[in-house]
Design a protein around this ligand. Structure first.
Ligand SMILES: Nc1nc2c(ncn2[C@@H]2O[C@H](COP(=O)(O)OP(=O)(O)OP(=O)(O)O)[C@@H](O)[C@H]2O)c(=O)[nH]1
Ligand SMILES: [Mg+2]
Length: 296
């Protein structure tokens, strides 16, 4: 007899920068969540959907769990914790290393108290020889006794089939939660805001990335011309940052805009006219009200 169909929500939780968004994109097979080498890239709850003939996994990508001082960080951690409560199963993600970092250890301890993971994913195994991972795997088992430990590389795709199988096994038997052809719950506007922010993260250094927020203010479709016109505002915390984002002769902003436009054109399948404006919203990352409006 055929196996029953399974569907459910798997929340991917972990410290900043361990590869949660890269992994979610890989499993979905499309880019639903932005990725950068910087910690604290993801700020919102992002759902990515993988629909197979035997099961549907709704993956929740989350902001990294960690110390939170500013209002923006507090909101990010709250968002990640809320995603835990939505989950049918939690997949905790830690980085491959000869031993568990103090931060990853604290994460597993926190999850154990709040919502024990069904899987502990050891990511970035392309960076560490497998024979060196045994002590780490043993530490993970000790901190998450019920979890299956699955080593993967979200970057190369190594062992992802095994991981997907393990996720499906944790889901309840029930019909699909989302239409089969939907791969995310985000609006196109939200995706474009995130794409623009990703290009800022990739092109800027120092304090800018965490201080930047992006809001699409206008979106008009010119159907006969197959053109979408998008006006977006990049908000930073200080005037000095505004100058840095714009760059000498506007070169930096131009490069950010071009990169974001090209990817938006691919996403929408039309030509795109993208206009970016940079504004200062003083200390917005420390103001809970502004954070609620801009951060997530
Ligand atoms: N070598 C290697 N790098 C990886 C792997 N997975 C992710 N990365 C890199 O790790 C960095 C962080 O990846 P993200 O997917 O943005 O990490 P995240 O956990 O979502 O980070 P936050 O959103 O900031 O919490 C990026 O530079 C990725 O390319 C992997 O399996 N191997
Ligand atoms: Mg992320």
């Amino acid at each position: 007899m055929a196996e029953a169909y399974r569907a459910g929500v798997v929340t991917v939780a972990g410290r900043p920068n361990v590869g949660k968004s890269t992994l979610v994109n890989r499993i979905v097979g499309l880019k639903v969540s932005i990725v950068s080498p910087r910690a604290q890239t993801t700020r919102r709850r992002v759902a990515g959907v993988r629909s197979d003939p035997d099961a549907q996994i709704v993956l929740l990508d989350t902001p990294g769990l960690g110390a939170a001082r500013r209002a923006l960080e507090r909101r990010m951690v709250d968002t990640a914790r809320r995603c835990l409560s939505e989950a049918d199963a939690v997949a905790a993600l830690v980085a491959a290393a000869p031993a568990l970092s103090a931060e990853d250890e604290a994460l597993l301890a926190e999850l154990r108290a709040v919502k024990p993971p069904g899987i502990v994913i050891i990511n970035k195994i392309d960076l560490v020889p497998s024979r060196k991972l045994l002590p780490l795997a043993a530490q993970c088992s000790a901190l998450a006794p019920e979890a299956e430990i699955v080593p993967v590389s979200a970057l190369t795709g190594e062992n992802l089939d095994e991981l997907v199988k393990a996720m499906k096994a944790l889901l309840p038997e029930r019909p699909a939660l989302m239409p089969q052809d939907e791969y995310t719950d985000q609006t196109q506007r939200a995706i474009v805001e995130e794409l623009i922010r990703e290009k800022i993260l990739l092109q800027m250094r120092d304090e800018i990335p965490f201080s930047a927020a992006v809001k699409v203010e206008q979106w008009t479709e010119d159907v006969p011309k197959r053109l979408v016109k998008i006006h977006a505002v990049v908000l930073v915390e200080r005037d000095s940052q505004k100058a840095m984002v714009i760059g000498a002769g506007g070169q930096r902003l131009k490069a950010i805009g071009t990169a974001a436009r090209l990817e938006t054109e691919q996403l929408l399948g039309t030509r795109v006219y993208l206009e970016l404006l940079v504004k200062t919203e003083r200390n917005w990352t420390r103001d809970p009200r502004k954070v609620a409006e801009l951060g997530t």
